[in-house]
Write a new protein. Structure first.
Length: 117
């Protein structure tokens, strides 16, 4: 093959690509932008799905915890109320939960102490 044949082939290929770009016009660039947007939206939707699932899981857990502590009028004071009266934090302590966890810890320590003796 001669050099002129190779250059002529490349020239026709280049003209073909330019012709296709000219005929397609801005749709090619719109397609590229659309694909980029779809990739970003896909990743954002994927992360959003897991964030919503975690929030729903903890909302149910919070509801169960709130129902467990409802006998003692469990509440969380707002930051403004805490600034005015820091003593309100004492009333925000979940007494039943602390008592339950404390008794479990004490029982565990006593059992470990008995096993070591």
């Amino acid at each position: 093959m001669r050099l002129s044949d190779i250059l002529l082939r490349r020239w026709w290929r280049l003209l073909g690509v330019i012709f296709i770009l000219f005929m397609a016009g801005p749709e090619i660039f719109i397609y590229a932008e659309g694909m980029a947007i779809m990739e970003v939206l896909g990743a954002a939707l994927f992360v959003f799905m897991y964030v919503v699932a975690v929030k729903l899981f903890f909302r149910d857990l919070w509801g169960k915890f709130y129902n467990f502590e409802n006998r003692y009028h469990f509440f969380l004071p707002s930051l403004q109320l805490i600034r005015v009266s820091p003593g309100l934090l004492y009333y925000a302590i979940p007494r039943r939960t602390i008592f339950y966890l404390g008794s479990c810890l004490l029982t565990l320590l006593l059992l470990c102490g008995l096993m070591m003796a």
